[in-house]
Design a protein. Structure first.
Length: 413
C-alpha cells in the first residue's frame, strides 16, 4: 500500500537535476497568492475593522473574493501552462501581486474598493498559485514526487512563519498601510530575483517529450472517473474548514484573551507545522499513498478543533490545536497535487489540477465567507469549531475511500 517507489540513486539523481527548479518553485509558492497574502490576511482583520468601522465579517469577506478570483483563473492558467510553460506566466503574475499590495495600502475606507482590489489581485496573480509550481515540480521529479511537492509547497509555510510576525510589528510601528507596502516590496526584492535565477520549466524528461506522449488521461477522460469527483468533493469540504480556521486564527486566539503578539506567534507556530508537515506528508505519501495519510491527518485535525473549542483549557491546548491545523494545511494542497498526478497522470496535469484546485478554492471561499457570517451572527467562533470538526471527519471518509489508482508508466509508480 505504498505510493511512489524508487532507488536511492534514482531519487538522488532527481534532486541533483531539479534542485534549482524546486527552490524557485518554493519561493514562488511562498510569495504567491497561497503564501504571503493568504497567511498574512488575518493579521489585518482587526486593524482594518478598527480603522474604518467595518465588522470582522466585512473584512474577512475580502479573502473570499481572493479565493473566488483564484478559482476562476485556475483552469485557465492550467491550460496555458500545459501549452506554453510556466515560467513567463509565474513571473508576470508575481509582479502583479506586488502591485496588488501597493493598491491595498491606498484604501480610503471603501469596502467596495477593498473587495475589488482583492478580486483583481486574485485574477492578476493567478499564475502564482500551486497550479503553476506543482506542475513544474511534477515534470522534474518522478520517484521522489511526493517529497518534492511537499518541499515546494512548504514555501507557503515559511511565509506563514515570518509573515504574520513581521506584519504585526509593521502595523504596530508604522500602521496597516505601510505594512501592505512592506509586503509589496518583499515580493519585488526577494521573489522576483529568485524566480528569475532558479525557476525553470522542464518540458522534456527521460521518459516523455510532448504533452501527447505523456502518460495519463485527458481532461474529458478524467472527468468521467469516480476519483475525479471524489477528490473534488472531499477537498471542497476540507478546504472550506481549513480556510475558515486559518483566516480567522488570529482573531480567534485574541478572543481567548491572547495579546496580538502571542496570537501572531501561535500563527507562526502553525506555519512552522505547515513547513515540517509538508515535508513529512510528502515522504509519507511516497511510502503509504494519499488515502491513508488523508484519513489520519484530517481526523487528527478534527480533534484539534474540538480542543480549541474547550473553554478554560490549559495553556498547551491552543499550541497543540494550531499544530494540528498546520498539518491539515500541509496535507490539503499537497494531497490534491499528489492525487491528481497519481490518478490522472501528466498528459493533461495542468488542466485537470486546475479544475481540482478550482473546487478546492471554491470550498475555501465558502469557508471564509461562512466563518465571517457565523461570527457576526453568533458573536463567537465556537460554533464554527464544532462544525469544522464534523466536516473534517467527513472529508477524511470521502478521500480515504478513493478507489485504487491506475498504474501509469513513469508517473511515479
Amino acid at each position: 500500500m505504498h505510493g511512489t517507489a524508487g532507488s536511492e540513486t534514482d531519487i538522488a539523481d532527481e534532486f541533483r537535476r531539479g534542485w534549482k527548479a524546486l527552490i524557485g518553485c518554493a519561493v514562488g509558492v511562498g510569495f504567491g497568492l497561497s503564501g504571503l497574502p493568504y497567511y498574512c490576511f488575518s493579521v489585518f482583520v482587526i486593524p482594518l475593522a478598527e480603522a474604518f468601522g467595518w465588522t470582522r465579517g466585512d473584512t474577512t469577506r475580502g479573502s473570499s473574493l481572493l479565493v473566488i478570483g483564484t478559482a476562476i483563473t485556475a483552469p485557465i492558467i492550467g491550460t496555458i501552462i500545459d501549452r506554453y510553460g510556466a515560467r513567463r506566466v509565474g513571473l508576470t503574475s508575481m509582479v502583479l501581486v506586488a502591485f496588488g499590495f501597493f493598491a491595498l495600502s491606498q484604501l480610503g475606507g471603501s469596502l467596495t474598493a477593498y473587495y475589488l482590489i482583492w478580486f483583481g489581485m486574485a485574477l492578476a496573480g493567478g499564475g502564482t498559485t500551486p497550479v503553476v509550481f506543482t506542475r513544474t515540480v511534477a515534470m522534474w521529479f518522478d520517484k521522489a514526487r511526493g517529497l518534492a511537492l511537499g518541499l515546494t509547497l512548504a514555501g507557503s509555510g515559511l511565509s506563514g512563519i515570518f509573515g504574520p510576525i513581521l506584519v504585526t510589528r509593521l502595523i504596530r510601528d508604522y500602521g496597516w498601510s505601510r505594512a501592505y507596502i512592506g509586503l509589496g516590496v518583499l515580493v519585488l526584492v526577494i521573489a522576483i530575483p529568485a524566480m528569475l535565477l532558479l525557476f525553470r520549466d522542464r518540458e522534456t524528461t527521460t521518459v516523455h517529450a510532448t504533452p501527447a506522449e505523456r502518460p495519463g488521461l485527458t481532461l474529458p477522460q478524467a472527468i468521467r472517473t469516480r476519483a475525479f469527483w471524489q477528490i473534488a468533493l472531499g477537498f471542497v469540504v476540507v478546504s472550506a474548514m481549513v480556510a475558515a480556521l486559518l483566516l480567522n486564527l488570529v482573531p480567534l486566539l485574541r478572543d481567548r484573551g491572547m495579546s496580538p503578539e502571542r496570537a501572531a506567534g501561535l500563527a507562526g507556530v502553525m506555519a512552522a507545522a505547515v513547513v515540517f508537515g509538508r515535508i513529512i506528508v510528502g515522504g509519507l505519501v511516497d511510502r503509504f499513498g494519499g488515502k491513508m495519510v488523508a484519513r489520519f491527518l484530517l481526523t487528527a485535525t478534527a480533534g484539534g478543533c474540538l480542543l480549541l473549542a474547550w473553554r478554560d483549557a490549559p495553556e498547551w491546548v491552543p499550541f497543540v490545536s494550531v499544530i494540528s491545523l498546520g498539518f491539515a494545511t500541509a496535507a490539503e494542497v499537497d494531497l490534491v497535487a499528489y492525487l491528481t498526478a497519481r490518478y490522472f497522470g501528466m498528459k493533461a496535469y495542468g488542466k485537470i489540477y486546475g479544475w481540482q484546485i478550482t473546487s478546492f478554492y471554491i470550498g475555501a471561499a465558502l469557508g471564509s465567507l461562512g466563518a465571517g457570517f457565523a461570527y457576526d451572527y453568533f458573536g463567537s467562533y465556537m460554533e464554527m469549531l464544532y462544525f469544522a470538526a464534523g466536516s473534517l471527519i467527513f472529508g477524511a471518509i470521502v478521500v480515504g475511500s478513493l478507489p485504487n489508482p491506475p498504474n501509469f508508466a513513469a508517473v511515479g509508480e
